[in-house]
Design a protein around this ligand. Sequence first.
Ligand code: OAD
Length: 284
Amino acid sequence: MYRPIPSTMQSANPLGYDRLVSILDLIQPLVEPLRTARRVVVLTGAGVSAESGIPTFRDAMTGLWAKYDPSQLATPQAFKQDPATVTRWYDERRRRCAACTPNAAHLALVKIQQAIESHNKDSISDDDEPGRFTLLTQNVDRLHQRAGSRNVIELHGSLHVWRCTATDQEFEPGPEPFSQFPRPSPYDPVAILRPGVVWFGEQLPEAALAAAHEAIEACDLFLSIGTSAVVQPAASFAHIAARSGAVTAEINREPTAISRWVNWSVIAKAGDALPALADEAFGA
Ligand code: OAD
């Protein structure tokens, strides 16, 4: 049984009011916490890019790890053993991501960042705390940046950055497919390029992790979106935020490892919930 939408919220929604009411009901508990928050941290995972056509990792049948064995492709040992196959797989993923476009979830996060950062932006009073928004992503597709998100902290690196195995210098390949596997490094006569992503068994970039912890320990609202919350250290971020006194919430298409103890767990698609949340909190 749905409550009728107050006339102020009715819109010519081609999908009919029932769907809109269900989304609005689901995100309602997050509206006031987001509208009043001054230090917001958002952690995103593959579920945020799913509606752009980029496969997640652990969704049954469609996830990457349902089709490929991560130990054969996403580890330093795999690259050492067969650099050509690993390079070919990451070059293909890099180009698939470049062909995808940011979806409504990415664009809603840009709107939320702009709204939070506009809080008390011009105030000269010390009592008026300026809004602070930190976007932490486990995604390596750069769709957040292409949507317009700023200062994105890439916890797992990026498919669009490759590194010289001899000098660690970074190289951003053009859109064309690689022609050599593995790809020779432009910085060293005998070295090759490796994908600039974090592999299993590797440490996260130190600066990214330090910036993430600083923001999480200071935040008043922590939102986990589109992640199964099973890969450390990101899986512990919501715990750390809660311990620091933040309101914690998740938006995910199915329950996750953190659903049972965050303050709010919204089971919905990110591309539905985030635009509705951004409009409700900051106006359409
Ligand atoms: P997963 O595939 O583990 O989880 C993605 C989550 O998004 C799942 O819980 C899905 O149910 C959910 N989901 C799918 N579509 C969605 C949608 N439209 N809206 C909302 N949620 C949706 O991916 P991650 O949690 O990002 O690490 O995985 C974390 C890390 O594990 C990745 O960064 C990668 C992987 O191995 C490395 O490669 C180092």
